[in-house]
Design a protein around this ligand. Structure first.
Ligand code: CO
Length: 438
C-alpha cells in the first residue's frame, strides 16, 4: 500500500503548487525538463532528432510533450487531459465597496462549478500578470500565498429557507470580501507587489480564485484523498508520470494537457483549437515525413482522453446506472455514451482493456443513466480537428466541480501504470484489419 500513499502524496503536492492553469503548465514543464525534455517554440522552426524528447506550450496554459522513437515512427499514441478547473475569474477594475465598510472583488464564473462550497472558507488569488519594463511586456505568474478572501454565507436567521434549496446569483452572492474600507484601492497594489513591480507597470492580468484548503488523506484507513482540482489534475499528473517513465515503441508518445475544457474547449489553446493538429503535423514534417505520410500516420494513431469520472454517490446511489457502478479505489473508469459525448467504442475499449490487463490495472465502466444527460469532455471535441481512434477514461471521484473534491488513494498509481505500459507499447491497426498491441 505504501506506494499508493507516496504517489498520492506527490499528487497532492503537485495540485497545491498548481493553483491556476498557468501554474499547472509551469510545473509540468519543470517535470519534463528534469527528465531532459527540450522546450520548442511555436514561432520557431523545429529541429527534431530520432530518440528526442520535446514539449511546446500555447498561451502558457496548454502543453504538448512528445518522445520520438529512435527509428522512424509509425503513428502517434496520445493521452489528453485538461489543466483548468471551475473557478471564479477576477474581473477588470475588480474592487467594489459595500455599505461603506467593506471592499469586495467583482468576479465572474469560469466553468460550471458547485457554488455552495465556495462559501465560508479562506480563498486566495493566482494567475498571470502582464508587466511592462524597459525590455517590453512580460508574463509573471503570481500566487498570493495566504488566506486573502472569503465569501460569507447569509445567516440562517436572515434566510430561513436556505436549507430548502437556493439559487445562487453570481453577481449578487459570489463576490468575495477582500477587506474593510481601508482596503480600498489596495488590490491592484497587492497584485503588482506580488509580481515584483509597481501598479502602473501592470498592463493586464488573468487571475482566478482558488480554495486555500490543502489536500488531505481521510477515511478509516486513510483510503480516500480530498483536494481542490482533482478534476482534472489527477489525470494530468497520472498520465504525465506514466509518460515520463515510458520508452516509446514504434509510435511517437504524446502527452497533452489542454486549457479551457471547462468552458467548452473553444479557444486558441483548447482541445477544439488547432494546437494538437498543428503540433502533430509539425512533428511529422520535422521528422522527415511527407504530408501524405503524415495522414497515414494519423489514421493509425490512438488517443486516450483522460478526464475524471463520477463514482457512485454514497447518499444518492440511485443517480448511477443500475448496472455499471464505478467506485473509488477500484481502478480506471472507461466511459461510454451512445451519443458519442465519449469517444469509446467497441474497438477502442478492446485496445484499452488489453493495456489495462497487461499493466495488471483494474478497470470499471461508467455510463449515464439512460434518463440523464451527463457531461462531456475533450476527446470528441479534439476529434473535430484531428480525427483519431479514441477511448474516454477517467479516475472515479465524488463532488466533481466542488472546490474540494474526493477520490481514492489507489487510482492515480493505476493510471500511471496503465499510461507507462500504453506509451511503451505499439498499437498497430488498419481500418478493417487485425489490431495488435505489442
Ligand atoms: Co474534467
Amino acid at each position: 500500500m505504501k506506494e499508493f500513499y507516496e504517489e498520492s502524496e506527490k499528487l497532492l503536492r503537485f495540485i497545491e503548487n498548481s493553483p491556476s492553469c498557468f501554474h499547472v503548465v509551469k510545473n509540468i514543464a519543470g517535470m519534463l525538463e528534469e527528465k531532459g525534455f527540450t522546450a520548442l517554440e511555436e514561432q520557431n522552426c523545429w529541429q527534431i532528432t530520432p530518440g528526442g524528447r520535446y514539449y511546446v506550450t500555447r498561451n502558457g496554459s496548454s502543453l504538448i510533450a512528445f518522445q520520438i522513437p529512435e527509428r522512424e515512427f509509425g503513428g502517434f499514441q496520445l493521452i489528453c487531459s485538461h489543466t483548468d478547473s471551475p473557478s471564479f475569474k477576477v474581473k477588470e477594475q475588480p474592487e467594489m465597496q459595500a455599505d461603506g465598510k467593506y471592499t469586495k472583488l467583482n468576479v465572474e464564473k469560469y466553468g460550471g462549478m458547485l457554488c455552495a462550497p465556495w462559501f465560508d472558507r479562506p480563498l486566495s488569488v493566482a494567475g498571470r500578470v502582464l508587466v511592462q519594463d524597459e525590455q517590453g511586456i512580460h508574463q509573471v505568474l503570481i500566487n498570493v500565498d495566504r488566506d486573502l478572501l472569503m465569501i460569507p454565507n447569509v445567516a440562517i436567521h436572515m434566510n430561513r429557507n436556505a436549507n430548502d434549496g437556493y439559487t445562487y446569483n453570481a453577481q449578487k452572492d459570489m463576490c468575495p470580501v477582500f477587506g474593510d474600507e481601508l482596503a480600498k484601492d489596495s488590490f491592484g497594489k497587492l497584485i503588482a507587489s506580488e509580481a515584483g513591480t509597481a501598479p502602473e507597470q501592470v498592463l493586464g492580468s488573468d487571475l482566478f480564485l482558488y480554495n486555500r484548503q490543502k489536500g488531505t488523506f481521510w477515511g478509516n484507513e486513510r483510503e480516500f484523498i480530498a483536494s481542490p482540482r482533482l478534476d482534472d489534475l489527477q489525470c494530468v499528473f497520472g498520465s504525465l508520470r506514466g509518460f515520463l517513465e515510458a520508452k516509446p515503441g514504434k509510435n511517437a508518445a504524446v502527452f497533452c494537457a489542454f486549457d479551457n475544457e471547462e468552458t467548452g474547449s473553444v479557444s486558441r489553446q483548447g482541445a477544439a483549437s488547432t494546437f494538437l493538429k498543428d503540433t502533430l503535423y509539425r512533428i511529422s514534417l520535422a521528422s522527415g515525413k511527407t504530408r501524405e505520410e503524415h495522414f497515414a500516420a494519423v489514421s493509425g494513431s490512438f488517443m486516450i482522453s483522460a478526464d475524471n469520472a463520477h463514482a457512485v454517490h454514497p447518499n444518492h446511489a440511485e443517480l448511477a446506472d443500475p448496472v455499471n457502478r464505478p467506485q473509488m479505489n477500484h481502478g480506471i473508469v472507461i466511459k461510454y455514451n451512445a451519443a458519442q459525448k465519449y469517444t469509446t467504442d467497441g474497438i477502442s475499449t478492446a485496445i484499452f482493456r488489453t493495456i489495462c490487463d497487461r499493466a495488471q490495472v483494474p478497470y470499471q465502466i461508467f455510463t449515464n443513466r439512460s434518463d440523464m444527460a451527463g457531461g462531456s469532455t475533450l476527446g470528441n471535441i479534439s476529434n473535430t480537428q484531428v480525427s483519431l481512434r479514441a477511448v474516454d477514461i477517467g479516475l472515479p471521484q465524488l463532488a466533481m466541480h466542488s472546490p474540494y473534491e474526493m477520490a481514492g488513494v489507489r487510482d492515480t498509481l493505476y493510471l500511471e501504470r496503465a499510461a507507462k505500459l500504453y506509451y511503451s507499447s505499439t498499437i498497430c491497426m488498419s481500418e478493417n484489419g487485425c489490431i495488435t498491441v505489442e
